[in-house]
Design a protein around this ligand. Structure first.
Ligand code: 0A1
Ligand code: ZN
Length: 858
């Protein structure tokens, strides 16, 4: 059977809801197979007299409907697969509905479901309609009161949004609890959790002296592993007070960790629900990357309390209003907690890997799209990551102080409202006196602008002319692009340092800047887009010599790193295309020198060792041959490893810092150690495997253990098998660590490895983390194997995704985005990928997946 792609929803069709829901009273009688939900909605007409009451509802078994206590006859309403319509309703009334749902069979993980035997919810974007009939849209905000009853033994803890009220026994082994949320909210922020947890508790005193009770709920026995998440939460609360003047607004803040979750975490009011991967961490079971991710996701969800919850989105087209802004806030929090330049580089790596690729392929869409098919597919790198870059540009253009004034005005003016991007920018226009009409094109136009830089040096007059021009490539549905304002931090550099530094906002298609320099000045070098002030691709026709010189003189840490990246990219391309047989010795020297020169800042040095990923190279030259690119990348990596051999052996011969601390300083030291472990694995040294096995066995923390395991996984032989067996034996009862075991093999193996992993007894199609640890790891991080010319990579992924998609459409669709780059591939892989997409299109896919496949095929 073939599923049609969903019908598009359009921004231009927006109309306000014609009723206000003044109060929502929910009563849950919780049971895994038969949960009853009674909703009393106090409703008042605000729009058209004749408007029918339309409520969303999905997978609900309606038991009764009443208006002001009078049961409605089936002829008084229309019930469909997607909702309930009552044609004639009074202007003010209370609607009561009762429905039955079955959380235990909800495998989509949207609405009320069970994870690890506990009840939990996920309502963004459209999960609430799977709990009760309701206008499930973000611009309908209401006060919610919740009363739930559940089995006392299996569910001793009962949580919802807001603050707890009455609680007690109801007899027959059941008990109840009431939660009241004083803040009006849209339904997507509703949450409920019930189960037996271990609880890690703490308190936070806000800037006005209010004491907040904080609690993180985790699986039995895991409480101590929530310590870092709690620490991150308290630092986030403090940071938002200091940086944005935002105080927490309820007496309690609860977090619940669940093992089965489609995304990272969810910002439900006062009750954040997290994928347990972003809560649980300790030295032996979590890597520094895990600690870092926990810190930033805890912050992200907490920051949503103001940017998302107090002020929310009018409709889902405005998703970037809360997500871009909140990512920008969490990135700055992380930069303040750690190192600003290192954070910037990591943010850009992520942006380029995920967003630039999205922007360059068939799934490209603008930061605020004006149409969508399946709403779950709107949670993209473009909305999140590019959305954050746009706020960063706004701040650079008006300065930090004015940015803060604009945010203050936004909070003051729109608190309690559901608003649009236009409302947001109106605040900044008011405080800055600037017009952001042209800037808002960034929200409407998809595609990554390319900025071309041309320089002319006139030695006779000591003048340098710099011509900057911009062009955004066509994207699906948007053949013609207009110029956008591009803020570029620039500098002129010479042997002594910076001759000049400034910011140019490139507003037109082209601009020429001329600088008169003092007599006798040697030709300066031009540094462009320092600190990556704009999310653009910079094109310059510099030769290797000039680029090497630029890396040597660069004073901006981001650009120095980026200069090395560009050199490495060109080298990998030359090696892959065969125009060069071996890596250039000067270039390898330059990379090694840059690394050696940065040893004082090990986190930064570690980033300098990183070579561009194969996927990044797809954007550089097409058609792309992933296998050749991977071989070329390895060649360059080996050359760098050879050059740094003594240093690597010396650094790895030193002990890892003890006692363990997850903070930035030690993490930096470990980052360099793991970078060197990776180089050692790629060195081709005969004793690499025994050396790696020793490092694996001796590693006192998961960061280094996993780096060694990953290095070994990519080699053949006994050392590899020994380490993989040992790791599995040691961690078989810890699912988060076992996810890592699955994923190291998926990123280093081939289609056969994936098939084997998928038939492992612990492979669980119902658990998104586990499925991602195999399929996403393989299809998104092991590109030479996924895009193997014989199509075996595609086939194995297709098979698993078809099964996963049946149970969980959101998961299935996300995995299928791995195909987004298929058109740029070399002919064999390309035709296999197309054949696979066509097979998928002819299969029984969820609407979410059908949407991705249809767009990918375009
Ligand atoms: N709002 C959350 C992310 C999120 C989005 C959708 C979800 O289910 C469909 C779940 C979580 C965030 O930005 O953290
Ligand atoms: Zn978010």
């Amino acid at each position: 059977m073939r599923t049609e792609a969903p019908v598009a929803v359009k921004l231009s069709d927006y109309t306000p809801y014609p009723f206000e829901i003044e109060q929502v009273d929910l009563r849950f009688d919780l049971d895994p197979e038969d949960t009853r939900v009674r909703a009393d909605l106090k409703i008042r007409r605000t729009g058209d007299k004749g408007a029918a009451l339309e409520l969303d509802g999905e997978a609900l078994e309606l038991k009764s409907v009443a208006i002001d206590g009078n049961a409605l006859d089936t002829s008084a309403y229309e019930l469909t697969e997607t909702g309930l319509t009552i044609a004639s309703v009074p202007d003010e009334f209370t609607l009561t509905t009762e429905v039955k749902i079955a959380p235990a069979s909800n495998t989509a993980l949207s609405g009320l479901y069970m994870s690890g035997g506990r009840f939990c919810t996920q309502c963004e974007s459209v999960g609430f309609r799977r709990i009760t009939f309701y206008p499930d849209r973000p611009d309908v905000m209401s006060s919610f009161k919740v009363r739930m009853t559940a089995d006392k033994e299996t569910c001793p803890v009962l949580l919802s949004n807001g603050t707890p009220g009455d609680a007690g026994d109801t007899g027959e082994g059941r008990h109840f609890a009431v939660w009241d949320d004083p803040h009006k909210k849209p339904s997507y922020l509703f949450a409920l959790c019930a189960g037996d947890y271990d609880i890690y508790r703490d308190q936070f005193t806000t800037m006005s002296g209010k004491v907040i009770d904080l609690a993180i709920h985790v699986d039995k026995g895991d409480a101590e592993r929530a310590a870092w998440a709690m620490d991150s939460l308290k630092r986030s609360m403090k940071w938002d007070e200091e940086t944005y003047g935002r105080e927490y607004d309820l007496g309690v803040f609860n977090i619940v960790a669940v093992r089965d979750f489609n995304f990272g975490a969810m910002e439900n009011k006062g009750l954040n629900i997290f994928n347990s991967a972003y809560v649980l961490a300790d030295e032996t079971s979590a890597t520094d990357a895990d600690f870092e991710a926990i810190e930033s996701i805890v912050a992200h969800e907490y920051f949503h309390n103001w940017t998302g919850n107090r002020i929310t989105c009018r409709d889902w087209f405005q998703l970037c209003l809360k997500e871009g802004l909140t990512v920008f806030r969490d990135q700055n929090f992380s930069a303040d907690m750690r190192s600003r330049p290192v954070q910037r580089i990591k943010d850009v790596i992520r942006l380029r890997a995920r967003q630039f690729a999205e922007d360059a392929g068939p799934l490209a869409h603008s930061v605020r799209p004006d149409t969508y098919g399946a709403i779950d597919n709107l949670y993209t790198a473009t909305v999140y990551e590019k959305g954050a870059e746009l706020i960063g540009m706004l701040r650079r253009m008006i300065g930090e102080e004015t940015y803060r004034k604009g945010m203050d005005l936004y909070f003051e003016r729109h608190d309690g409202q559901a608003v649009t991007i236009e409302d947001f920018y109106a605040c900044f226009e008011e405080v800055s006196g600037q017009d952001f009409t042209q800037f808002r094109r960034w929200y409407a136009q998809a595609g990554t602008p390319e900025v071309k830089v041309e320089e002319t040096w006139k030695p006779d007059s000591n003048e340098i002319e710099i011509t900057l021009s911009q062009k955004t490539p066509a994207t699906p549905g948007q053949p013609i692009k207009q110029p956008v304002p591009i803020p570029l931090n620039m500098a002129l550099l010479d042997e002594e340092g910076n001759l000049a530094e400034w910011m140019t906002v490139l507003e037109d298609e082209e601009v020429t800047l001329t600088f008169d320099l003092p007599e006798g000045t040697k030709r300066p070098l031009v540094s462009v887009n320092r600190d990556f002030t704009a999310p653009v691709r910079v094109a310059r026709s510099l030769n290797r010599e000039e680029r090497l010189q630029l890396v040597r003189l660069e004073t901006d840490p981001f650009n120095q790193w980026d200069g090395v990246q560009t050199l490495a990219k060109e080298e990998i391309l030359a090696l892959a295309e065969g125009s060069q047989a071996e890596p250039d010795a000067d270039l390898v020297d330059a990379i090694a020198t840059a690394i050696e020169g940065a040893l004082g800042d090990p986190a930064y040095a570690a980033l300098l060792t990183r070579l561009p990923d194969v996927g990044e190279m797809f954007l550089e030259r097409q058609p792309a041959d992933p296998v050749a690119l991977n071989t070329a990348r390895k060649k360059l990596q080996k050359a760098v490893a050879d050059k740094l051999e003594d240093l690597i052996i010396r650094v790895l011969g030193q002990p890892s810092p003890q006692p363990f601390d997850p903070g930035a300083e030690q993490a930096g030291t470990r980052a360099l150690r793991t970078a060197f472990i990776t180089l050692l694995a790629g060195s081709g040294r005969e004793d690499a495997d025994t050396h790696l096995l020793k490092l694996y066995e001796a590693a006192p923390n998961m960061t280094e253990k996993l780096a060694a395991l990953r290095g070994l996984a990519g080699l053949e032989g006994q050392a590899r098998d020994k380490a993989l067996t040992d790791f599995e034996e040691a961690w078989k009862t810890n699912p988060l660590v076992m996810d890592k075991w699955f994923s190291v093999q998926a990123v280093t193996g081939d289609a056969g490895t994936v098939a084997k992993l998928a038939s492992h007894p612990d492979f669980d199609l119902r658990n998104p983390n586990r499925v991602r640890s195999v399929v996403a790891a393989f299809a998104m991080q092991n590109l030479s194997a996924f895009h193997a010319p014989d199509g075996a990579g595609y086939k194995v992924v297709e098979e698993i995704v078809l099964k996963a998609d049946k149970a969980n459409p959101s998961l299935g669709a996300r995995l299928l985005t791995a195909f987004e780059q298929w058109r740029v591939l070399e002919p064999q892989a390309r035709s296999e990928a197309e054949a696979c997409l066509r097979r998928l299109q002819g299969s029984d896919l969820s609407k979410n997946s059908a949407d991705i496949v249809a767009r990918a095929l375009g």
